[in-house]
Design a protein around this ligand. Structure first.
Ligand code: AMP
Length: 479
């Protein structure tokens, strides 16, 4: 019986001694095991194989485990088991560099392209150093959006599946009941968005005075979203004697000052050119007249062979409008933006992930870090206003070495933003036209022709955009 022998499987959860399914995990063959963390994502279904012998789970190292490249980091045995069950074989570059530093107790500033495995880079060494379950949160991971918080929590649960550590997620837009319950029953790792966490701190339902590891993930996005004051208030509630990791694609001055204030002699880990989109993504620009944008999008979706596509819009209204337009054209469309309820957001993401929707129309809320596999195409219906968002958006495709295409629709007023993106990524993006599309003339078609100054040679004024970013040449921010 489960519980008596540790990892003997049962064929149904009701045969076990556990009082609820939440205390169990089941493997791909429908057998149940008691555990506090229930893996819920695709990797579990694909990669999880129950441990071959009990001794593996009890901490003994098999020869195969010892040969695993991850074993050289000194990670704990149960965490290594979790890595193995995830199907990871080789550490990614950011993991190779960040894991030893965090294992050695260094504060780390990490920057890498999206989809490079940064969650494991901080989660594996931290989980390895936690030991057994205790009642108070010892790890706090702050995330800018609910979706990212949920995704990171799932990943950490997966890594921790062979430990007795408990992981919980806290974000707004949903009731407090389950969050209170989780906090009351004791969690080791808390993944949270700043606003809801502050509510819990104010209500006294959560305390941070045992936090030993603080992770500020997607710090520049938290800055963009206006969370910096909240982040600082939360950091003040954590003990000074702690390890802090910060992940950010860019280090604008506000993040620099947060680093000075919140971190101790941090070590920076920068992987590759952080401005460069993944090499497996082919990206092109479609110049078009403003009033033909929707037609061009419709036509692209007609002609392109895609599995699943994310269409990015600048505003929530536009996302709704474009989503509804595509629905009228018989596309299965999910819409994701921050005016939708949490339930709707979850349904959209779930439906898109499991293939019920072929198109996800989203604002930039979906651009950062969301791990959605098999996105074959990204279409920027609107050019992003922040150059780094371009890299994040098109990073939704071409993940994990898969190839993908990214199309950006450009109208005349986007030209400065496109130039800023090209400066940011250090390359000119190819302009293209959709064959046999009934284009109206726009001066954009003259771009690059003889007699027209190349975009990079045009005189650019520095522009200040919302969110505190400058990308005029004179004011390029410090990195
Ligand atoms: P992240 O950048 O943390 O969002 O991770 C992006 C994707 O890469 C996720 O699907 C991870 O499960 C996957 N991943 C992370 N590290 C590895 C690894 N060492 N080997 C294979 N896949 C990985």
């Amino acid at each position: 019986m489960v519980g008596a022998t540790g990892f003997e499987p049962a064929t149904s959860w009701s045969q076990t001694k556990c009082s609820s399914q939440a205390e169990l995990r089941s493997d791909c063959e429908g057998r149940y095991y008691p555990i506090t963390s229930v893996p819920r994502n695709d990797y579990f279904k694909r990669y999880f194989k129950p441990p071959a012998t009990k001794s593996l789970c009890n901490g003994a190292f098999s020869g195969r485990m010892r040969d695993m490249p991850f074993s050289k980091f000194g990670l704990s045995h149960p965490v290594l088991e979790g890595v193995k069950a995830m199907g990871y074989v080789e550490p990614t570059p950011i993991q190779l560099r960040a894991i030893p530093l965090i294992m050695a107790g260094q504060d780390v500033i990490g920057s890498a392209q999206t989809g490079t495995g940064k969650t494991a880079a901080f989660a594996l060494p931290i989980l390895s150093q936690l030991g057994s379950h205790t009642a108070a949160p010892r790890v706090l991971v702050l995330e800018p959006t609910r979706e990212l918080a949920a995704q990171v929590e799932t990943a950490i649960r997966d890594f921790a599946r062979f430990t007795d550590l408990r992981v919980a997620v806290i974000y707004g837009g949903v009731g407090y009941g389950r969050q209170h319950e989780a906090l009351r029953s004791g969690v080791d790792v808390l993944v949270a968005t700043p606003g809801r966490l502050l509510d819990h701190l104010q209500q006294g339902t959560c305390r941070l005075d045992h936090v030993r590891y603080l992770v500020l993930d997607e710090a520049d996005r938290m800055l963009d979203m206006g969370f910096m004051p909240d982040v600082r208030r939360i950091v003040e509630r954590c003990p000074r004697d702690r390890h802090t990791s910060l992940f950010s694609a860019t280090i604008p001055p506000e993040i620099e000052s947060l680093i000075q204030w919140a971190m101790k002699n941090p070590h920076t880990v920068e992987i590759g050119a952080r401005r460069t989109p993944a090499e497996t993504v082919k990206h092109v620009i479609y110049p078009v007249a403003e009033d033909q944008k929707a037609d061009l999008l419709r036509e692209l979706l007609e002609r392109v062979q895609y599995n699943s596509v994310i269409v990015f819009c600048r505003t929530k209204n536009r996302a709704d409008r474009i989503g509804n337009l595509l629905r009228k054209n018989n596309h299965a469309v999910a819409i994701l933006h921050s005016n939708r309820t949490q339930r709707e957001r979850e349904q959209s993401l779930r439906g898109f992930r499991d293939g019920r929707f072929e198109v996800l129309v989203a604002t930039d809320i979906a651009a950062r870090g969301l791990d959605i596999l098999k996105v074959s195409h990204v279409i920027n219906f609107d050019v992003p206003q922040h150059p780094e968002d371009y890299v994040h958006r098109i990073g939704r495709t071409g993940r994990a070495e898969a190839s993908g295409d990214a199309f950006t629709l450009m109208v005349a007023e986007d030209i400065q933003h496109v130039q800023a993106i090209e400066r940011f990524i250090g390359q000119k993006i190819e302009r293209t036209k959709l064959e046999n599309f009934n284009y109206k003339y726009t001066a954009l078609f003259e771009e690059g022709k003889p007699g027209q100054p190349a975009p990079h040679e045009r005189k650019m004024r520095g522009v200040r955009l919302s969110g505190g970013y400058y990308f005029g040449p004179a004011r390029r921010r410090k990195r």
